[in-house]
Structures are given as C-alpha cells and as structure tokens.
Ligand binder design. Structure first.
Ligand SMILES: Nc1ncnc2c1ncn2[C@@H]1O[C@H](COP(=O)(O)OP(=O)(O)O)[C@@H](O)[C@H]1O
Ligand SMILES: [Mg+2]
Length: 259
C-alpha cells in the first residue's frame, strides 16, 4: 500500500464508537418522557400512577384488600411532596437494593402473562429518576419491613449514575406494616391533578379503599374534577376548603379475594 493510499479519504465518514450507560435515561426528563410514553408535563403524574399501581399489585399478590393512602403537600409554588402508602406485606430490602441496580429490570410479575398493571420492572426505577430529572435534589424515601431507605441519585459529569442508599431502622406508629414511598417533585411545568387520579383508581378498583390528604388544594387541581365544589355527595367531590382529606371506600371490598 502506498503512502497516498493511507491518507484519510475526505469522502469516507470515519465513525468513533461511543458507549454510554442506559441508566442515564432514567435521570433525564426528555428520555424519561420517552420511556414512560407520556409528555414531559405528565411525568409527575406517572409517579403517582405507578406508585398506586404497585400498591394495588402488592396487596393483591398478598390477597389483602388494598388500603392505599395518598398524601400530597404543596410547598409554596415550587414543590410537591408526594407520598403513597399501603397495607401490603412491604417491599423487601433486597428488592429495593435490586431496583437501584439500573443494569437490570426487577419485577415479581415478569414471568406471568396476565392483564396486570405493570410487568416491565422499571416503574420504581423511573420514580427514583423523575425527581432528579425535574431538578429536585431531595432523597426518595422507601419505608417497609422495619427499614427506612433513603435514596439519593446523581449523575456525574461523565454521565454515570451514582446512587447513595442508606438504611436505618424505621420508627413508625401503628402496626408498621405496608410500604410507604415519599418523594419531592418540582412542580413547575407539571400538569398534576392528584384528586383526579385517586378518583379514577377508586372507580376502577372497587375492592380497594383510598384515603387522601391533599393540602392545600389549588384551584387548578379541583377544576379538572367532575363535580361542583358545593356537591354534598361522597368524599370524592372536589374540595372547597384548602385542605382536602377523604376516604373512598366501596362495598365490594369485603367480597375481595385475589385468585
Ligand atoms: N408498594 C410495594 N409493595 C411491595 N412490593 C413492591 C411495591 N412496589 C414495588 N414493589 C416490588 O418491586 C418490584 C418492582 O416494581 P416496579 O419497578 O414497579 O415493577 P413492576 O411493577 O413492573 O413489577 C415489584 O415487582 C414488586 O416486587
Ligand atoms: Mg409497577
């Protein structure tokens, strides 16, 4: 081969092979939106929807009638503090640890073909990524089986995902059963109507009881509801007071048996 033959041919495109961890997709708003299949302004709603899905799934697996608690506190105009709790046996610590390994998917439903809510094993990973992707640097907290997991992710300048995970014994009042997941989501740009979600879940899951505490209730959350604020019927009606607390309990609950 002559020297001239080895010269770079300007007609030929020289490509360099890059490798990037896919974990970063869970911590970037644009990529999360593609992963979850929703517009970016709906990723906060994804957290609530997926957490309730998980609570219902876990209770049904354990054959207990689901009792799901939803709490949303709005801190000024800036952030939403969201917490979902349930009465399932509690997510085991080893499952939490595996969820934080972004090189694998983790699901107790992946091997089953059934019309379950989620079986992709990536929702909890997404829920841990969304607050960070939207700009929150507060940890996500998972409490279950006597353990309080504090989870703080960050993406280093090279794009690698780093996760700090600390575990301490959980101190709770009551039975201490169940799972509680709490996270902080920056509100800006998010279209988030928790009451609509609770109402929809209650309508389609008559075996479950939903309690909710939303404070304060801004106008924009109640305007999407389907009843007037003055309605006297059930606790699902939109609030006229700043703090909204209620329970949606259905008669079918007592007949529930997950088979
Ligand atoms: N609230 C919960 N209670 C008990 N286990 C849970 C709860 N949420 C999640 N898990 C466990 O974590 C796993 C991963 O959840 P997720 O990422 O949502 O995937 P999927 O729901 O598709 O299985 C679930 O399969 C389940 O075993
Ligand atoms: Mg799920």
């Amino acid at each position: 081969m002559s020297v001239t033959d080895r010269r770079i041919n300007p007609q030929r495109l020289e490509r360099t092979m890059f490798e990037a961890s896919r974990a970063g997709e869970y911590f970037d708003a644009r990529q999360l939106s593609a992963l979850a299949g929703v517009p970016q302004n709906e990723v906060a709603s994804v957290c609530l929807k997926e957490l309730i899905d998980n609570s219902l799934d876990a209770c049904e697996t354990a054959q207990v009638a689901p009792e799901v608690g939803v709490e949303v506190a709005r801190d000024g105009d800036a952030v939403l503090r969201l917490s979902v709790s349930d009465n399932d046996p509690g997510i085991p610590p080893e499952v939490v640890r595996k969820v934080l390994d972004y090189s694998i998917r983790v699901s107790d439903k992946a091997a089953y073909r059934s019309p379950t809510r989620g079986a992709q094993g990536n929702a909890l990973k997404t829920i841990i990524g969304i607050p960070y992707a939207l700009g929150s640097r507060e940890p996500t907290v998972v409490e279950a089986r006597g353990v309080r997991h504090t989870i703080s992710p960050w993406v280093d300048p090279a794009g690698e995902v780093r996760i700090s995970h600390t575990k301490v014994p959980r101190t709770v009042s009551g039975t201490g059963a169940g799972t509680r997941v709490s996270l902080t989501i920056p509100e800006e740009g998010q279209d988030f109507d928790p009451l609509r979600w609770v109402r929809s879940f209650a309508a389609f899951n008559p075996h479950a009881t939903f309690s909710y505490k939303v404070k304060p209730t801004p106008q924009k959350w109640s305007k999407c509801t389907n009843r007037p604020a003055s309605s006297r019927s059930r606790s699902t009606s939109p609030p006229s007071q700043p703090h909204h607390i209620g329970i949606v309990r259905r008669p079918y609950r007592r007949l529930y048996s997950a088979t």
